[in-house]
Design a protein around this ligand. Sequence first.
Ligand code: ACO
Length: 324
Amino acid sequence: MSNRILMTGVGAYLPEKIITNYDLAQWVDTSDEWIKQRTGIAQRHMVADGELTSDLAINAANEALNHAGVAASDIDLIVVATTTPDDTFPSTATKVQHKLGANKAFAFDVQAVCAGFVYALSVAESMMIAQKATKALVIGAESFTKLLDWNDRGTCVLFGDGAGAVVLEAEEAPDNFGILASSLHSDGAYRDILYVDGGPSVNGEVGHVRMEGQDVFRHAVDKLASVMQEVLDQAGISADEVDWLVPHQANIRIINGMQRKFGLSSERVVRTVDKHANTSAASIPLALSQAVHDGRIQPGDLLALEAIGGGLAWGGALVRFGRP
Ligand code: ACO
């Protein structure tokens, strides 16, 4: 037994509006067949006018708090991973804190694009180990469709909006429970293969996503495989002990590549990319929430999480889910 960082609740929220590949094919030169074959995506959710990233985050957070049986007033840390904050400042996290009534929490955003959730999880874990907080909300929330150039078929078909959240609690528990390992990496040399062509200091604009898809793809499988091996080694666990791979949902071919590389059976991989597309920092907690609430993931199951995105920034984590 020792002081462990347990993942005790999960929640998610998707905006009501659904855009199918067939809808997109009416606006840009693409087809359901192309998108499904290259990415596995069939549809994505999209925020309504006036619906903000913070609104998605708050809905997901409330579900996670209910699931954990924790009151917002008991939360002392909120980390929101987002690339699409409501405002340039203040942080989306402080808005979420206020609207949840989490009055004793300190709150801030983390920006690591598609790797944002894994980054936020690791940051929260580190602060909890350092005893800066005992109960935390880690949220991934994105209105990513706001960054899309709807004339660029190479990117606009890939992304969607949504949010997911987890509750972390520092508690005495067996050493093999909670967050067992995490690892983060970045390499700014690859900035130009995935970026947004705008920003407060560059031109005062929000900008649009620009991507060299094949280059990103090439980095994805290698870097994800290496960070996953790293967290397995850190924890002294072999891949066949992993109950669930809950990967970032960018492309079914990347996900299947990881499954094959680690010799996992297909049923042990959570896949939501067909319904959600790539929701950036929200994709892992959205997938996690779905698999927990439909009963696939049970307390005590060992989860492997991994993600890569703009930066490049990537990371992985191993978590034994729930309370002992
Ligand atoms: N519909 C129809 N045709 C298209 C579309 C589209 N939406 N987009 C591109 N094409 C065309 C291209 O113009 C090209 O045509 P050409 O041969 O006449 O020039 C052809 O399809 C092939 O294009 P490629 O870019 O070579 O297609 P590829 O097989 O590499 O698939 C994709 C593109 C899906 C973007 C892939 O490279 C990929 O998934 N990369 C990973 C990027 C990613 O997931 N980014 C998300 C953020 S980072 C992350 O989360 C990991």
